[in-house]
Design a protein around this ligand. Structure first.
Ligand code: C5P
Length: 483
């Protein structure tokens, strides 16, 4: 089989892979595997050519479906009476969306049968180092590396000794020697074997090698009348430990921060049944709300009429008009960060009809427009409750950067996210966005504005990047535009 060196790929592909693997919280190597699998199954995401490398986000990925990302484990079952608990472990891992491929040592087959293990894991079971069926492409190497984690349960005294000393004379020990994945061991043995100086040395060596141990617990042994430390941890404990290694807790850089976000269009009534609106879908603002919530912020989202589900864990205030939006924004203060992503109507109808306007012989009814309050400018210019970081959006169809620069000055906000919304870009209502982040250099003291242009991304990726910039800024870690 050919091997692939990620380092040797061209920059655009490397950038795409880094961003996608950060988003999905997988290693780059695993991401390549997923892409290839999706390609074969004909459901790959389109590859986007990136023009400039984005900062790799540390912000967590919003889960669109709420489902956990898939992971895979190679489970090595050693020969001990505790092997029966491994059958339950397979089930516990599978309920956590973990694929399990099992390896049985020769001794393990005295306690559980390959048939039972295969029935529970829905996979073939591996027992021999020299198995003609799997060795044509070095099966033990695949079992060692084609997974996210190796779990050994029960890890017998003999398996610990082999592993600590680098033996590779059967399939289990060959996998453990050939792996570059994390290894979780669940030891199980008689208390005297556990406390024996040889086992102590082996365990200490394995811990130095970076292997993670769970248990053993203390309790009664299978041998009549014996008790002490040596019982294998329960299947649920091992499954939880595996999950912590597979899906480490997501960092919450915005914990304790309150973030206010506006999104969507506004509807400005003409009469009780008609209104003026625009084409904003609200997708970008909703994605920012979800990303901020995932980063630990308390999020209040004030949204105009949209066809989107409320993001989980976010307080959503639904409004129709610009004036209602301003009211809800003011009611939500104070906040640490405010992001105004709504496409607020600039004007409303001054002479709104109390009844449905009728066609008359006098011709079209004269609609008089008056300017709506500018929510972004109003909040940016507050003296008492102004959020320390105020971010506006500039959706332009021409002279994007120049217009965005003057908007930053005119509105008095700290950052502007500028995007081209001319029809050819498909940004309005679409799923992708190309943005430029404008911020005042040195906090605006010298009047200079920094422009950071991001590659084309999905609106979710833009949201994750923006939230990562916000997190760096509010936690004082300055980088690039985070002033
Ligand atoms: O002036 P313009 O509509 O282009 O400004 C865009 C930015 O100002 C966006 O952040 C938008 O949410 C905000 N805005 C606002 N209230 C308005 C108009 C725009 O908050 N009435």
């Amino acid at each position: 089989m050919a091997s692939l060196t990620i380092r040797k790929l061209d920059d655009a592909v490397k950038t795409y892979l880094r961003l996608r693997s950060a988003k999905n919280r997988r290693s780059v190597e695993e991401e390549v595997r997923v892409i290839l699998r999706e390609l074969i199954e004909g459901r790959e995401e389109p590859l986007t050519p990136f023009s400039a490398p984005p900062a790799v986000s540390t912000a967590p990925t919003p889960q669109r479906t709420g489902a956990l990302p898939e992971a895979s484990v190679t489970l090595i079952i050693g020969g001990g009476i505790a092997a029966y608990k491994s059958l339950d472990l397979i089930r516990r891992l599978k309920e956590r969306r973990v694929e399990v491929r099992c390896v049985l040592t020769k001794a393990a087959q005295q306690f559980v049968t390959p048939l039972a293990v295969s029935a529970l894991s829905h996979e073939r079971v591996y027992t021999d180092l020299f198995d003609p069926q799997s060795e044509f492409d070095a099966g033990h190497i695949r079992l060692a590396r084609d997974c996210d984690l190796i779990v050994v349960a029960p890890a017998t005294a003999d398996l610990l000794a082999k592993m600590a000393n680098g033996h590779a004379d059967d399939l289990a020990s060959a996998i453990l020697l050939a792996t570059n994945r994390k290894v979780l061991l669940a030891p199980a043995m008689n208390p005297l074997m556990w406390s024996n100086a040889a086992t102590r040395r082996n365990v200490a060596q394995l811990q130095r090698d970076g292997v993670v141990l769970i248990g053993p617990n203390s309790g009664e042994m299978a041998e009549a009348g014996e008790a002490g430390i040596g019982r294998m941890s329960e299947a649920i404990e091992i499954a939880k430990a595996a999950e912590r290694l597979l899906r480490p807790p997501v960092p919450k850089p915005l914990a304790g921060k309150r973030m206010l976000i506006t999104a969507g269009p506004t509807h400005e009534p003409i009469d009780p049944v008609r209104y003026i609106a625009n084409r904003s879908s609200g997708k970008q603002g909703f994605a920012i709300a979800a990303a901020a919530q995932a980063a630990g912020a308390e999020v209040i989202l004030v949204s105009g009429p949209v066809d989107l589900d409320d993001p989980a864990g976010v307080t959503v205030k639904h409004v129709e008009s610009a004036r209602q939006m301003l009211e809800q924004v003011q009611a939500a203060l104070p906040a640490d960060i405010a992001i105004f992503a709504a496409a607020v109507a600039d004007w409303r109808v001054a002479n709104e009809g109390e009844q449905k306007l009728k066609k008359t012989a006098a011709g079209m009814p004269p609609l008089q427009l008056v300017e709506n309050p500018d929510i972004l400018a109003t909040i940016s210019k507050l003296t008492d409750k102004r959020p320390p970081l105020v971010i506006g959006f500039a959706a332009e169809t021409e002279h994007l950067i120049d217009n965005a620069k003057s908007k930053l000055a005119r509105k008095g906000c700290d950052w502007i996210v500028a995007n081209d919304v001319s029809p050819a870009t498909g940004v309005m209502g679409g799923d992708r966005n190309t943005v430029h982040l404008l911020s005042r250099k040195n906090g605006g003291k010298d009047g200079e504005i920094a422009v950071d242009s991001w590659p084309v991304m999905t609106k979710e990726q833009v949201a994750i990047e923006l939230v990562a910039h916000v997190a760096r800024s509010v936690t004082g870690k300055s980088r690039e535009t985070a002033s």
